[in-house]
Structures are given as structure tokens and as C-alpha cells.
Design a protein. Sequence first.
Length: 660
Amino acid sequence: MSDLFASGAQTPADNYDASAIEVLEGLEPVRRRPGMYIGGTDARALHHLAAEVIDNSMDEAVAGHASRIEVVLDPGNRLTVSDNGRGIPVDPHPKYPGKSALEVILTTLHSGGKFEGRAYSTSGGLHGVGVSVVNALSTDTVVEVAREKKLYRQQFAKGVATSKLEEVGAAPNRRGTTVSFTPDPEIFGADATFSAERLYKLARSKAYLFAGVEIRWRCDPSLATDDVPEQAVFQFPGGLADHLNEQLGDRECVTSPSFAGRQDFPDGQGSAEWAVAWPVWSDGASTSYYCNTIPTPDGGTHEAGLRAALTKGIRAFADLVGQKKAKDITPDDVFNGVELMLSVFIRNPHFQSQTKDRLTSLEAARFVEAAVRDHFDHYLADNMDRGRALLGAVLERMDERLKRRAEREVKRKTATSARKLRLPGKLTDCANDDAEGTELFIVEGDSAGGSAKQARNRKTQAILPIRGKILNVASATADKIRANQEIADLQQALGCGIRDKFSEDALRYERVIIMTDADVDGAHIATLLMTFFFQEMPELVRRGHLYLAQPPLYRLTSGAKSAYARDDAHRAELERTEFKSRKVEVARFKGLGEMNPQQLRETTMDPASRSLIRITLPSEYQDRQPVRDLVDRLMGKNPEHRFQFIQSRASALSGDEIDA
């Protein structure tokens, strides 16, 4: 073995010692890997910079400190956002001698006034990287702050301060913050420019989300078009209801007026505002979800709460009028063709990623369902004709769905019966033959499989245990993939074929759920499985059939009260909010097999109480190549790419995470 390592001439690439370890300081990680922070370097990511700055001003408005925001697009791709809020603090920061709080916020990741909740009760996220990332990815950033009747200014470039904080002069009639920046063409490309139309719509949508703010828009005359005026002022007292009415235009709806309202959550936990309409003719649902004025295009837990409230409400109304077959109504029947907008304000929101496309705060589902349900019940019952009209439209969609289901079942019946003779021995199948409503849980190990089998709903949930870490298909040959028993079992259980032979009609389960331990090994197994599905069954991913289960890592108990935490941050939040200063016993689950079936059911498998993450391909990718490039880098045959990926993120890991 020693001869093997000693053979061959040593090259510079072989010198892997301390000198090979690179430490990125300041905002350099952002410039090296912008995709980690804004999701890429395309047009969507470019406009994410604008959203980050506007969202900071919106947080000031929502907190009651600002009433006006100005958004100005000038030639040269320069954007300026100003507000009349409190202004970023300019006094010296106690932790960084010689630096003002302004400089720390603009040049340091994970800094800001939104972590402990003293400065903001609700804000657009707790990642603490917003304006610092804008600074890092801009060639020239200028910040002006008017506080205590004085005006201050400081300049930055590519994440570094290029001037000291200076007091410009008196500002007796001015207050607030102004941020002006030009995105770096080295990052986004020489031809990348802000879209005036996109920014105009963004500014207008923010005004709809908070009725108490006035947003002023201005762009250079050379950038104005028929759809984008040179100047405009947005202020909408009706909030989302005004927005929905504008979007509907003169289209006829099943019910009139639309279902709109606003409700505060209990104990000052936030609020929800919604507007929902059911057009008579629709090409498909149009949904807009927001959290603390941040768009969440992938929905999340607040969406789940709204779906539950409207579905339960329409079923209850059906019972009231004696419509028995309404028990078969599903959320898809209620939301098919709907036009809706939902905006929530909550404390300490959690998002799936820095781009905040999906809300994952568990309490949001409960808050929204409770807030909307009572209003919806009154909306239906106060006008019985209106309620019956909506119920009739929903029942029509239900009948169409059941008809399509019956047609598919006839097509699949023979093929399904034949496949059941060849199912893998470890598979514990569900009772339903039809795929609709069924789920396959892929679990790691026989121990977890045993608990899952006892916890499952036998009618709709199937369990397939796999042995440890499956083959990494991104770095394996075709012969190795074909010879692997775990992969063969998985393909047999799903029954839909792979690659160009994939058939959605032959897929035996509606949802395929990866359920692994809530630790590093579990995350690795989940990554290997996601790689398999992306490479071998990309259409299964594209069509939304693949999910990740979210098992808890901790169980917290104090007296008769108990709660589950998905990670360390959630545990700390529960200890602070749910248990306050009480003594808490904390049990850490080493794996799914350590949870008894009842715990596994209520936390991870029961649709009524669990949380799932849907694995999808980004909608802007019309082909798979950008994702394939990423998978090849991180899962392919060249380990150097993985090393670089880990190296660039090492500074973000805590000691506990590294030990894990």
C-alpha cells in the first residue's frame, strides 16, 4: 500500500498540506459563489438584489417607522432606493472597534437588526445577508443616512468600504436611508441590466402588500415605455383586494364579491391578509404568496394553512346544505382555476433557502388556517346562494377529477396486477391499487422500516427499506447501475421505467417520499437518492412526485407538555417561545428507528401534521443542463469539485455541525 502512494512524480496538485487550505474573508465568499446567496447570476438573481434593498425599506414601513419609499432607476443600470424610516445606525459598533454599525451591516454577513426581534417584530427573513450581498455584488454602492437631523454618507465597492463614514451636513427635514448601487458586470455579465418593467411591477406589488405605505416610482425617460411610466405613485387602501380586482379585470366569477379579509394572529404573533376569487373561465390557477412582503413563489406552510381552511370550509358548508358526496372534495378541487393572493406577517420566519422561495415556519400553517376558516364559513353562510354556487363549481371539478381517475384506473388495472407479481421482497405495499393519494416512503435500514410499517396508513402508504447508502449513479458506469440490487428494487417498486422509457401513467404511487435520519448520514443518503431520481427518472422530479420528509431531531418535554424540533435553531426557538424559562428535558433521536411508531406517525408520516419538501427543477430551466452541471460538479467523478464546494462553506459551519 505504501508503494502505491509513493509511486509517481509529485506535482503541485499533489501537495495537499496546510498551504492548500484557503480561507475566504469578509464578503469574498459571496463574490466567489453568488449562487449560494441569490440563487445564481441570471436575470432573476440580478433583480433579487433590488428586492433585498426594497425589502429593508418595507420592513421599516411595516414596523411603523416609514410611510414612504422611493425607487429610482437611472441610466447606467443604477438603482436607488430610499425611505423615510429611522435610518441605519451610524454610531460605533461595540463588537468592531473603529467601525460604525452602518459599515458592519454593509460589509459583514449575518449582521442586522432582525435576529432578536427588538428592532423589528416582523421582517423579511433572518438570514442577515441581504444588503451586504448587494454591496458584495456591486461595483459602486453609496449609502446615505439621515438621523437626528444630520446626514451621513459612506461609499463601498465589491464588498469593501472605499471611504470612511462622513458627516455631510445638517438634514433638519430629512430622515431615513438611501441605498444607491450598480450591479457588477463581472458577476452578472456585461449585457445584464435591470428591467424597468420588472422593477415597476415589483414596486407596485409591495404597495399592495402593505396599505400603510406610499411607494414612489421614477425612471429615466429613456427607460420609460407604454407599460412603464416615467413617474408613478402607489398607495392602495384596499390592499390585496384591490390587487386581485385589478388582476381579474372584467372577468366573470363564480362568486361576487371575492373572498377577501384580514385577521391578526393571537398573542401578537402576526397577521394574515388574503383575497380569493373563482373565475368562471380560467386557464389554470394563479397564486401569489408572500411572507413579510417577500414573494414565496413555491408557497410553503402558509399556503398549506389556506388550503386546509378553504377545503374544510367548503366541506362543512356541503354538510350544512345536505350534500353528501362532498366528502370526496380535495384541496385541488377547491384550488383548480383559482385566483388568489395570500400575505402573512410572522415573527422569525424560516425559509427553505436564502432566496426565500418557500416558507417553512411550521406555526404559519396553524395560524393561517385558524385566521381564515372562520371568515370563510361566514362568507359562505351569509349568502346561501353564493355558497351553493361555489360548492357547485367545486363539485363539478371533483366529478371531472374522479372521472379521469376512473379512466386511468381502467388503463392501469391489468398492468398493475401484473407488476404486483414482480414487486421486491422488502416492499410493504399499500392496499390501494390506484396511484392517486398513495405514497411510497423510501427509508434507510430495516429498523426504520419496521417503525414506518407500524406508523403508516396501510391503505395509502407503502414502505421500501434500503440498505444504507445507495450507489452514486452520477459517478457509476451503466453496468454498475444495472447490477445494483437496491436500485433494481426501487425501479420495480415504482414500476414507471427510467429515462426515455418513463411513463407517468405507470407510476404506482402519487408521491415518492425520501425519509432518512435527521443527521449528516441521512442527508447524504437523501442526496444520493435525489441524484438517482434526477439522472434516471427526471420526469418524475419535473412533474412534482418527489418529496423529502422532515423528521424531527429533538423531542422537548416539560411536565405534560412536549414538542418536536427539526434542528438546533428550531429547538432554541421552541425553548424560548413555547417553554419560555421552564426546565426542559431534551431527547435527541439518533435515527428514525429510535422513534416509536406513534411519534413517527404524528411528526413525519401523518399528512395532517407532517411537513414535506417537494423536490422540483427550477421553472426557469427549460432544459436540465444547468442542473446537470451542478450535479456533475458535486456528485460526479472529480472529487476536487466537492472539495472546493466544502472548502468555500467551511467557515459557515459551527463546531457542532463539523463534529456531526
